[in-house]
Design a protein around this ligand. Structure first.
Ligand SMILES: [Zn+2]
Length: 224
C-alpha cells in the first residue's frame, strides 16, 4: 500500500491553505496545520498539550520535540494510514531531520515536499491589495474581492484601511525572513530527492490540477 505523506511549503500568500484544502478533499487525506494541532492539544489538555502550554504561557517557543510528538500522535491514527498533509512544519532543516527520524521509527517516510513557487512581486501584489475595515475587521481585496464602494466596508459602512502587516515594505521584510529560513529546508528536501516544485502564479484551479497530476504520477511510481 502506498502512502502520500506530504509536506506543503510556500511563502505567505502562495495559496498554500487553499491547495491544502483541495488536496484533503481530492485524496481524502487529513490536513494537519501545525498551529491548529497545537491549539487542539492545549484545549484537550493532552499530556503533550499541557507541556506545550507551559512554554506558551511563558511566552517561549514550543520545542521541536513537543511539536513532533504531537504530529506523531496524529500520524499514528487510522485517519492518516494512507498519508497526510502537513502545513507549517518543518520550518528548519533540524526540524525536518527530527521529523524524518520520527517517521522512520514509525516505519514510514515522507513522500514529497510540495513547494508552491510564487515570486516576491506576486506575493506583494496579492497581499498588499488587502483592505480591512477599521471598525470590525471585515476583509476585502482590491482585485479579488473588491467592496461595492471603493474604500468603504460593505458590511458595516466604515472606512477601509491598509493594515500595517499588509504594507508592501512589511510584506517584503516577511518574505526576506521566509526565504532566509526556508532556502536551506528546500535544499534539504532536494537532496533527499523528494522536493516537487509547483508553479504557483496561475489561477488556483490550475495550480491544484498540477499538484494532483504530480501526485497521481508519484502514486503510480510508488505502486510499481
Ligand atoms: Zn466592516
Amino acid at each position: 500500500m502506498s502512502e502520500l505523506n506530504l509536506i506543503l511549503l510556500g511563502p505567505p500568500g502562495s495559496g498554500k491553505g487553499t491547495q491544502g484544502e483541495r488536496l484533503q478533499a481530492d485524496f481524502r487525506l487529513p490536513y494537519y496545520a501545525t498551529g491548529d494541532i497545537l491549539r487542539a492539544a492545549v484545549r484537550d489538555r493532552s499530556k503533550l498539550g499541557r507541556e506545550a502550554k507551559q512554554y506558551m504561557d511563558r511566552g517561549d517557543l514550543v520545542p521541536d520535540e513537543v511539536i513532533i510528538g504531537l504530529i506523531a500522535e496524529r500520524v499514528e491514527r487510522s485517519e492518516a494510514a494512507d498519508g497526510f498533509i502537513l502545513d507549517g512544519f518543518p520550518r528548519t532543516t533540524a526540524q525536518a531531520e527530527a521529523l524524518e527520524a520520527e517517521m522512520a521509527e514509525l516505519g514510514r517516510r515522507l513522500t514529497a515536499a510540495i513547494l508552491i513557487d510564487v515570486s516576491d512581486e506576486e506575493v506583494v501584489r496579492r497581499l498588499s491589495g488587502r483592505r480591512t475595515c477599521a471598525k470590525e475587521g471585515h476583509v476585502f481585496h482590491v482585485e479579488f474581492d473588491p467592496p461595492k464602494n471603493e474604500g468603504v466596508c460593505d458590511v458595516c459602512g466604515s472606512k477601509l484601511v491598509v493594515r500595517d502587516d499588509d504594507k508592501p515594505e512589511v510584506i517584503r521584510h516577511r518574505l526576506e525572513q521566509y526565504r532566509e529560513k526556508t532556502e536551506p529546508l528546500i535544499s534539504h528536501f532536494e537532496q533527499r530527492g523528494i522536493l516537487r516544485r509547483i508553479e504557483g502564479e496561475s489561477p488556483p484551479e490550475e495550480v491544484g490540477d498540477r499538484i494532483r497530476a504530480m501526485l497521481a504520477t508519484l502514486k503510480m511510481e510508488e505502486e510499481l
